[in-house]
Design a protein around this ligand. Structure first.
Ligand SMILES: *Cc1c(COP(=O)(O)O)cnc(C)c1O
Length: 374
């Protein structure tokens, strides 16, 4: 068996180990928030936002932000059908309903025309998920939100490093949420970040994030409301501090891996990859190949070909509405068709030229086997 090629794997250097060790040794007592504060400051600076709150996950950041916007029973939140369930879960936990709409065929992100059609008097928010680092049509989504008085939330879990018209994504909507799960470009093992430029929303989420204890509250053990417990630990934040110092290196490497695949693979007929429209930067978290129906290439063939080579390539997200907790929205044509003819390619920081070559050769071999090329 050839050596395994992993799908994602964090890049942990001496710096991360040094900071985490320092946090474990010294980050207690009156120093127990030092790395958390430092990580939040560095993240704010990187993103160009006024406020940031480190959290235990992106899911937690979304949950608190949505709760602070007053989303609750009977409300609807519009989001793309193509996504990880983490964006939908907080909506369900708040007693509201995720309304799944179709994606655009090229960016695999929310189709603004479908969003507009899905708006009802119960719509409380639109969640723009920058899938795999690809950019949502933010100008159009913000205009729709403005017209109907509905906030646009950015789930930028997969999009650190992505830039839309000169602004880093996550900094543009009512609030943004990031994930530092072990598979993401910047990792703290588990972790996330809530970001916003809205002072009032920030104060509300800050209180929620501290079990409902308001910042100015002088009484001990005195919550002013029922809140959440989604905090990041100082040790995780120490790893985050090292990673954010390396953010240019981490995102440039992702982009280089993506560029390598794009150069080598898009010569194959009927194969397309993540787009990068003018005036945007794709953070390239997840290089993904989608095959035209004309090639006849199907997910199961791709999985078998990569498994044979001991390469961990993953399937494109199933439409959430096709999963057991939800009701099918079969009119979401692209969300239902694309996963059947697509695959995520390995893209971890330390992947070698030789490994990238093995991935490329696997697809060339499949094309040859199917008689699509000579
Ligand atoms: C990873 C991910 C999340 C969840 O992040 P956690 O930190 O695991 O909660 C949410 N949304 C998207 C789009 C993701 O990819």
């Amino acid at each position: 068996m050839k050596p395994r090629i992993f799908y994602t794997k964090p890049s942990i250097t001496e710096k991360e180990v040094e900071y985490a060790t320092d946090a474990a040794r010294n980050g207690w007592g009156d120093r127990c928030y030092e790395y958390i504060n430092r990580f939040e400051e560095a993240f704010k600076k990187h993103l160009g936002v006024k406020y940031a709150i480190a959290t235990s996950s992106c899911t937690g950041a979304l949950h608190m932000g949505m709760a602070a916007l007053g989303i609750g029973p009977g409300d609807e939140v519009i989001m793309a059908d193509t996504n990880w369930i983490a964006t939908a879960s907080p909506i369900v936990h708040l007693g509201a309903k995720p309304v799944f709409v179709d994606i655009l065929p090229d960016s695999w992100c929310l189709d603004p025309a479908q969003v507009e059609k899905a708006i009802t008097p119960r719509t409380k928010a639109i969640v723009a998920v920058h899938l795999y680092g690809n950019l949502c049509e933010l100008d159009e989504l913000l205009a729709i939100g403005e017209k109907h008085g509905i906030p646009v939330i950015e789930d930028a879990a997969e999009a650190i490093g992505s830039v839309y018209h000169g602004k880093r994504v996550g900094s543009i909507g009512k609030f943004g949420a990031f994930s530092f799960h072990g598979t993401k470009t910047l990792t703290t093992g588990e972790g996330g970040m809530f970001v916003t430029n809205d002072a009032e929303l920030y104060e509300h989420v800050l209180t929620l994030s501290n079990h409902g204890r308001a910042r100015g509250q002088t009484k001990q053990f005195w919550p002013d409301m029922v809140g959440f417990k989604y905090k990041m630990s100082n040790i995780q934040a120490a790893i985050g501090c090292a990673q954010i110092e390396r953010i240019e290196e981490l995102t440039q490497r992702k982009r280089a891996i993506f560029a390598h695949y794009r150069n080598r693979l898009t010569v194959l007929p009927g194969l397309s990859m993540n787009p990068e429209p003018a005036d945007t930067v794709n953070g390239a978290w997840m290089p993904t190949a989608v095959f035209d129906a004309g090639t006849g290439i199907a997910r199961e063939q791709l999985q078998a070909a990569f498994a044979e080579e001991n390469i961990d390539a993953r399937v494109f997200f199933w439409p959430l509405s096709s999963l057991p907790p939800f009701e099918a929205v079969s009119g979401n044509v692209h969300a239902y068709q694309i996963p059947g003819k697509a695959i995520n390619l390995p893209s971890y920081h330390d992947i070698t030229e030789n490994e990238l070559d093995r991935v490329v050769q696997t697809l060339f071999a499949l094309y040859r086997k199917l008689g699509l090329i000579k």
